[in-house]
Design a protein around this ligand. Structure first.
Ligand code: AMP
Length: 288
């Protein structure tokens, strides 16, 4: 497995891969890898001849007072895990390599970046859009793989690539969970034991809400009410938002009539956790 730390090094290697007719699949990450990330690497293996993984904790997507400094990092461990999955190449640049000067380009998404997680994280999705644009331009993969865990991010990246006519297929892989349902996240490493025990209530809440939709509930506020109620049973969880939005545009529907995303964010101590569940309402029977 090759490890590149410079943009020039990636370009040289990618040029020879392209000359050899090899298709690249890129998995962008911030490192401190877990099985969720590794599932994306395995997905990339199916989609490309060469699996590239980027490991970069991107400062421009962290707001003031967020966890940029304490975000967990362990590149040696990550490289071991990636080699074990048969990744071909890793791009692990420094902050100086990625941002030799403060960028003047800003990316926005017509307000989509202010919904859901964006409401409490101004600038976050602009930072994500910028770093993903840079990574896609540096590696120039045929395919890039993202996780459903970050559903809003995946949607915005799809729009970014479509609107900018990037010749890249975006693949979104399902959320990988712990046995008790907690979505895997590098941030789970922050959780104290009692917090870790409380955290799976987020997924339980999403499941109960999804069951209600499957059972015929069509009122988005009734569905988010279920999420609030279940999360409310865990005193350690401080709900930030519970939403039921259309998958197509993240808008709250008057009535659930098309696929929706049930999405939740909560603080557990000083850790912010997110989770979501895409739900397709069963077709309604015709009147009799
Ligand atoms: P991160 O390192 O948190 O920026 O995540 C890198 C990629 O891994 C993103 O596309 C995430 O959506 C994805 N990812 C993170 N956690 C999971 C998970 N539990 N299951 C599947 N994909 C995930």
């Amino acid at each position: 497995m090759e490890v590149e730390t410079t943009i020039a090094g990636v370009r040289t290697r990618r040029r020879s891969e392209r000359d050899a007719g090899l298709r690249a699949a890129l998995v962008p990450t911030m490192g401190f890898l877990h099985d969720g990330h590794l599932s994306l690497v395995r997905r990339a293996r199916e989609l490309g001849d060469r699996v590239w993984v980027s490991v970069f904790v991107n400062p421009t997507q962290f707001g003031p007072g967020e966890d940029l400094e304490r975000y967990p990092r362990d590149l040696d461990r990550d490289l071991g895990l990636l080699a074990g999955q048969g990744a071909d190449a890793v791009f692990a640049p420094s902050v100086e390599e990625m941002y030799p000067r403060p960028p003047v380009v800003e990316i926005s998404f017509s307000g989509l970046e202010r919904l859901l997680c964006g409401a409490s994280r101004p600038g976050h999705f602009g930072g994500v859009g910028l770093v993903v644009s840079k990574l896609l331009n540096i590696v120039q993969p045929e395919v890039a793989v993202f996780g459903q865990k970050d559903a809003q991010q995946a949607l915005l990246i799809r729009r970014l690539v479509a609107d900018l006519d990037m010749p890249i297929t975006i693949d979104v892989a399902p959320t990988v969970r712990e046995a008790d349902g907690l979505a895997m996240s590098s941030r789970n490493a922050y959780l104290a034991p009692a917090e870790r025990q409380a955290a799976p209530a987020l997924y339980r809440a999403l499941r109960e809400a999804a069951d209600a939709v499957a059972g015929g509930e069509r009122d988005p506020s009734a569905v988010t009410g279920i999420i609030r109620e279940v999360v409310g049973t865990e005193p350690l969880l401080d709900l930030e938002y519970a939403e039921c939005v259309r998958q197509s545009d993240l808008a709250v529907p008057g009535r659930i009539g098309s696929p929706v995303l049930l999405a939740v964010a909560a603080h557990v101590g000083s850790t912010r956790l997110i989770d979501n569940l895409p739900v397709t309402p069963p077709a309604e029977k015709g009147g009799d």
